[in-house]
Design a protein around this ligand. Structure first.
Ligand code: SF4
Ligand code: SF4
Length: 179
């Protein structure tokens, strides 16, 4: 065997030893944790989705529309979010609000989340605090592009995440998955 080959094999063997050492050390820690003897530490894996790391408070998750006390949308259809959105994925139709003190309300409010880049500009631009990205919901998906279009009713039905950052609303079922 040439000297260069000997060096190569030595490096492969040391890599295998290192991997095996991490495997057995982490397995031992997990077993001890499962038996309630120690705190789990060392291993970087968690049992997702049953176990989740706390989300950062500033995390931008699935949007929701904020409601007034009477349940109607707080949105006054000013179109600021639609205008500022760099992905052009917000579609709003304005209508008259039954309350004469409120000039307008959105009769339609749709976000195409297949196009959204989660920049949060819509939240920042809103003068009424009517749209937020604080549901904590990240695992939304669909089988088609149409299923990623979220309507006003869906966005109004969502709740903010709990104090631990975990979602309080179930992940909405997109239209293309409705039985
Ligand atoms: S997060 Fe950004 S891309 Fe998504 S809807 Fe809001 S403004 Fe548009
Ligand atoms: S910026 Fe706020 S109030 Fe204006 S249309 Fe968007 S959500 Fe409604």
């Amino acid at each position: 065997m040439k000297p260069v080959q000997r060096v190569y094999l030595r490096e492969v063997a040391s890599g295998l030893v290192l991997t095996a050492r991490h495997f057995f050390v982490n397995m031992g820690r997990h077993l001890a944790h499962a038996l309630g003897r120690t705190e789990a530490r060392g291993a970087v894996t968690i049992q997702y989705p049953e176990e989740r790391r706390p989300y950062a408070p500033r995390l931008r998750s699935l949007h929701r529309l904020v409601r007034r006390e009477d349940g109607s949308p707080r949105c006054v259809a000013c179109m600021m979010c639609e205008t500022v959105c760099p992905a052009h994925c917000i579609y709003i139709v304005a209508g008259e609000h039954p309350n004469p003190d409120i000039e307008k309300v959105c009769t339609e409010f749709t976000i195409d989340l297949g196009k959204c880049v989660f920049c949060g500009y819509c939240v920042e631009a809103c003068p009424e605090d009517a749209i937020r990205m604080d549901t904590g919901i990240l695992e939304f998906s669909s089988y088609s592009r149409g299923g990623m279009i979220y309507t006003k009713e869906t966005l109004l039905s969502l709740e903010p995440a709990g104090p631990d950052g975990k979602p309080r609303s179930p992940v909405p079922i997109p239209a293309d998955r409705t039985p």
